[in-house]
Design a protein around this ligand. Structure first.
Ligand SMILES: Nc1ncnc2c1ncn2[C@@H]1O[C@H](COP(=O)(O)OP(=O)(O)OP(=O)(O)O)[C@@H](O)[C@H]1O
Ligand SMILES: [Mg+2]
Length: 158
């Protein structure tokens, strides 16, 4: 807006100056000087408005940063302690239901047993939820219903 208004003023001055030159009561040199001063006068306004917009995006960034800093740490009770020596590696999905966006269920009532020491291929078209299964195993996301067990022990505290 600032730039637009400044450009408008510049154009008006140039038009008015040209009109007066045609009426012979103004010179081309005087108009050039006048326009030069006009743009020198408006430059600080452009500068201020660009600083203001930078300031606003900095404030928005700061808000995001503080939101993150103020996020309460997740405190867990009955934490499943992984002792890697004792882990057999049997995984169970019991009636797992999960969705990233609540109304759209991605995994609906999935039950799956993966015996310890076995190799399992997860096969499906893109977007089927293969990576999602791993995300749930790693607890990057929590299941909505059901539970996941490692060696018969639920991986999420209840
Ligand atoms: N972090 C996320 N937030 C919201 N939706 C997601 C997220 N990650 C994946 N999805 C959606 O969930 C569905 C399953 O995605 P997923 O990544 O598990 O598929 P995939 O089977 O691993 O696919 P690909 O073969 O392409 O790796 C997709 O529709 C995807 O758009
Ligand atoms: Mg994937």
């Amino acid at each position: 807006m600032t730039r637009f208004v400044n450009a408008l003023i510049y154009a008006l001055l140039a038009g008015l100056g040209a009109f007066r030159i045609m009426q012979a009561d103004f010179t081309v040199g005087a108009l050039t000087t006048f326009l030069n001063y006009a743009s020198q006068y408006t430059k600080p306004f452009n500068d201020i408005s660009s600083v203001l917009s930078e300031l606003q995006s900095a404030l928005a960034c700061a808000k995001r940063l503080f939101d993150l800093l103020e996020e309460a740490p997740i405190t867990e009770e009955n934490v499943f302690q992984l002792k890697s020596d004792n882990v057999e590696g049997a995984f169970d999905f019991q009636d797992v239901t999960f969705s990233y966006d609540k109304p759209k269920t991605l995994i609906d009532d999935l039950t799956l047993h993966i015996p310890a020491g076995s190799k399992v291929a997860i096969v499906g078209p893109t977007g089927a939820g293969k990576s999602t299964l791993i995300n749930l195993l790693m607890r990057f996301y929590e299941v909505d219903q059901g539970q996941i067990l490692l060696d018969g022990v639920p991986i999420q505290p209840n």
